[in-house]
Design a binder for this molecule. Structure first.
Ligand SMILES: [Cu+2]
Length: 429
């Protein structure tokens, strides 16, 4: 069973699920009236790096969570139950798209796009960055960076991590679609077995997103962002976009798909979300490096691969929501103030509530096409455990005061256990 899960790509049936709520239309209507996103002030001053302002984190501080958020412990092993769990099909009450969705954005793996499609998408991103601004667009690429920078405290290490980024990348996608109505936001399938094991082999490193510069100032030398300069944070305005791999030619491993698949066995959002948030840190840290924009918890969107990365995170959340219908509106954890999170919590900067962002298909008008099947030759027969993050990397990515090394180490230990069990089972078969 374990082996089957590896060989068979994740199949996600995106189904229409009932009554449309029309939230997104409301958002769009608000935007049209120029009152939406009023809380987003691209010129708002934000604390400079290293200031005493509280820092965002990319992992929930489990130890300070409400009692309802069970700590992840070795003894309970909530993430990786040994019993295999079948994934029930999601039954739909309707097979037609929500009437509020005039169009569904079908997001596809970057690997699945043709050269022309990749080029079109990258051109739109470049235009969002450099202009000209098209009618209907509120924000520039740099405004998106500033939104993330300004509101990072409400978007990381808290229950709203997933819905916050879901709305954020949806608005980003809409901006790109006003530039070119043919495109949708692709996802970077970094967790597939080939890429997770040898991330430098990913097709994302190419003419559009560039590679990295390991030596020197770490300024990107290739890809569209090689000619970009940062606008935010203002302290770094005018600087290049930086990326730094683990070594000159390699990126340390990410969490493999079959480990992430184990999250399907988690029934509580309050447990699922911090784990996915932690796993999402490995691409940030390992591909961004200590000097890269992508590693910074506040201004990581300066690196345009951010949005493809978060499209994949959103896909993985959507996959989990499809495991069981009760997962779609399953939500919990804690807010930035430490209060119990609820679906009624506002995503203030976007002018919507968490409950407006839970159903990807009906509320976001988004579905995800499964990634292309892996070639048998691309699937490693023996998995390597992702390398433990160094203390330096953890300190850079999960700034002091909010860091929970213990949680990271527990996840790493559980991942190692799973990988060892996988390899043992594979060797025996
Ligand atoms: Cu973020």
């Amino acid at each position: 069973m374990v082996q089957r899960r590896v060989i068979i790509p994740v199949i996600v049936l995106i189904v229409a699920a009932g009554v449309a709520i029309g939230i997104w239309r409301a958002v769009e209507a608000q935007k049209a009236s120029a009152s939406s996103f009023a809380a987003v002030n691209p010129s708002a001053s934000a604390s400079p790096p290293g200031s005493s302002a509280p820092n965002p984190v990319y992992v929930a501080p489990i130890s300070s969570s409400p009692a309802s958020t069970a700590p992840v412990t070795q003894s309970s092993l909530p993430l990786y139950p040994t019993a295999s769990t079948s994934v029930p099909a999601v039954s739909s009450t309707s097979s037609s798209p929500s009437p509020t969705c005039t169009k569904i954005s079908v997001r596809r793996s970057w690997d699945a796009l043709s050269d022309a499609e990749q080029s079109q998408f990258a051109n739109a991103v470049n235009q969002l960055k450099k202009g000209p601004k098209v009618p209907g667009n509120t924000f520039t690429f740099d405004d998106f960076v500033n939104i993330h920078y300004t509101d990072a405290m409400n978007a990381h290490g808290v229950a709203a991590f997933l819905p916050w980024h879901r709305v954020y990348i949806k608005i980003y996608e809409e901006h790109l679609q006003r530039i070119n109505s043919n495109i949708t936001l692709p996802y970077w399938d970094w967790s597939n077995l080939k890429v997770s094991q040898s991330p430098q082999l990913s097709s994302i490193w190419g003419p559009y997103w560039g590679t990295h510069t390991y030596i020197g100032n770490n300024c990107l030398q290739d890809g569209i962002a090689a000619s970009w300069v940062k606008m935010y944070p203002t302290q770094l305005a005018g600087q290049c976009i930086k990326r730094q791999w683990t070594t000159a030619t390699t990126i340390s491993a990410f969490t493999p798909q079959n480990v992430i698949d184990q999250l399907d066995n988690v029934t509580s959002f309050a447990q699922f979300a911090p784990s996915l948030e932690a796993f999402h840190g490995y691409p940030h840290v390992n591909a961004g490096g200590l000097n890269g924009d992508f590693t910074n918890p506040r201004y990581s969107p300066n690196d345009p691969i951010f949005f493809l990365h978060h499209s994949n995170i959103d896909r993985l959340w959507n996959n989990w929501q499809q495991v069981n219908t009760s997962n779609v509106f399953n939500y919990g954890g804690h807010t930035p103030t430490g209060a119990q999170a609820t679906l009624q919590d506002p995503l203030t900067i976007f002018g919507v509530k968490v409950s407006d962002a839970m159903d990807s298909y009906n509320q976001m008008c988004v579905s995800y096409e499964p990634p292309p099947s892996s070639l048998a030759s691309d699937i490693p027969t023996v998995l390597a455990s992702p390398e433990a993050l160094t203390e330096d990397a953890i300190q850079a990515f999960w700034p002091a005061g909010h860091i929970n090394v213990t949680f990271i180490r527990q996840l790493e230990a559980q991942t190692n256990q799973f990988v060892e069990a996988f390899n043992t089972a594979n060797a025996a078969s």
